[in-house]
Design a protein around this ligand. Structure first.
Ligand code: ZN
Length: 158
């Protein structure tokens, strides 16, 4: 395995905090398994202390002064090997700066896909068609062949 990914991509222990968006988050994780032909699989655990990837829901990620207003991923990699050790994904379910307005479901879903991308080792893409482009600029942004090629390199699949 090259630097930046999980040592156990086929069984990454994952915890999602109870929330009305939990099922949508599971669909976002499942998407990454589908596009990688199950070379990346998330194994759900019920105890957050057992998790390698933990998802929590916050009211407004931008309030914390974070990179992304709707979602952010914090992760730790091994200093020597670069191997992914732990990741926490924060997802906001309200419009940034807004007290009451909920985020549109499709927009949250794309943010979820983006943040999971970070949690499995992807950095930002310069390709505006990619879901890993730094900002959400279009509803057509998706996981691209380029993103999958990057995963191939990170995990040494090719
Ligand atoms: Zn990002």
């Amino acid at each position: 395995m090259a630097a930046g990914g999980w040592a156990n991509p086929k069984s990454i222990k994952t915890y999602i905090e109870p929330n009305s968006k939990k099922e949508l988050m599971k669909q976002a994780f499942a998407k990454w398994s589908v596009v990688t032909n199950n070379k990346i699989v998330f194994k759900y655990v019920s105890n957050p202390n057992d998790a390698q990837i933990k998802v929590i829901f916050v009211k407004d990620a931008s309030m914390a002064g974070l990179e992304h207003a709707i979602g952010v991923t914090h992760f730790q990699q091994d200093v020597y090997t670069g191997e992914m050790k732990y990741a926490q994904i924060d997802i906001a379910d309200h419009v940034p700066g807004s007290v009451g307005r909920l985020m549109p479901k499709d927009r949250i879903f794309r943010v979820m896909i983006h943040e999971i991308g970070h949690a499995i080792g992807l950095k930002h893409s310069a390709d505006t068609a990619s879901i890993m482009y730094p900002t959400a600029i279009s509803r057509n942004q998706a996981i691209t062949k380029g993103d999958l090629n990057t995963l191939d390199r990170i995990y040494g699949w090719k």
